[in-house]
Ligand binder design. Structure first.
Ligand code: C5P
Length: 250
């Protein structure tokens, strides 16, 4: 399935299926009970490093049996051969989206993109998995970035250069914060899929997120999918919280 077809298919999903609920919990049982409490509105769920390290591929199988699409957020960063093989494994596992660091460079992004371009189309979703690139972690400040890799470029310059490279290497889209969205869209244009975390419905606690946007603001700025954790998972009724956000978007 080529990139344009995949992106069009993902963009045609209704609003409630374009919210990715982050299952940031330490056990399989907690993840499955949370996924069940999302009810039929629950579409995509994020399996990140914590849950995958604790519960492994089995949690993905169980979540898929609950009819969930999996955003497998393991942010691969390794040599091209390893990253390509990991992307192939995530496709075999049945992930709908997987992530890698754009700072892996061209060869690794091309290897992962080629692995997913060849992946078989899932009979339930009618899609192959999408490859999303993370440019620079939004948790890194200019100062920390200077310690890691001193440069005269600003963070925004680096983010935009990595985003262009990721798209050029065949990635299907990008993960980026709401704050960086308008600038990034201006640089990469309308085609790449953009997934945005750091979302807070109006009136919700920001918690440790610094630069937050409401679901509507992020979508208006050009996000295609939103990653939302605590505003849904810590609500008394996670299913109702998810439905309320989806209703606001629709
Ligand atoms: O609970 P909250 O809505 O803040 O969760 C956000 C989710 O998005 C978490 O799973 C977090 O790892 C992820 N994330 C983020 N900021 C980024 C990248 C990912 O909050 N820049």
């Amino acid at each position: 399935m080529d990139r344009a077809q995949l992106i069009a298919k993902l963009r045609s999903l209704p609003a409630d299926r374009r919210i990715i609920t982050a299952l940031d919990v330490p056990t399989m049982d907690q993840a499955l009970s949370l996924a069940e409490r999302l009810g039929t509105a629950g579409g995509f769920v994020k399996v990140g490093l914590e849950l995958f390290s604790a519960a492994g591929p089995e949690v993905v199988h169980h979540l898929k049996s609950l009819d969930r699409d999996i955003f497998l957020d393991l942010k691969y960063h390794d040599i091209p051969n390893t990253v390509g093989a990991a992307a192939r494994a995530s496709a075999a596992l049945g992930a709908s989206m997987c992530t890698m660091h754009a700072s892996n460079g061209r060869a690794a992004m091309e290897a992962a993109a080629a692995a997913l371009a060849e992946a078989r189309v899932d009979s339930r979703t009618g899609r192959r998995p999408a490859l999303l690139a993370v440019t620079i972690l939004t948790s890194l400040s200019e100062q920390e970035m200077g310690e890691v890799s001193p440069s005269l470029d600003t963070l925004q310059d680096r983010i935009q250069r990595l985003a262009r490279l990721a798209w050029d290497c065949g990635c299907d889209g990008l993960v980026c914060s709401a704050a960086d969205l308008p600038g990034l869209r201006a640089v990469v244009g309308p085609e790449p899929l953009i997934v945005t975390p750091g979302i807070r419905p109006a009136g919700a606690e920001a918690g440790d997120q610094h630069r937050v946007a409401t679901p509507g603001q992020a979508m208006d700025a050009g996000a295609d999918f939103l990653v939302i954790g605590r505003p849904i998972t810590q609500a008394p009724d996670p299913g109702a919280a998810l439905r309320a956000i989806a209703a606001e978007l629709a």
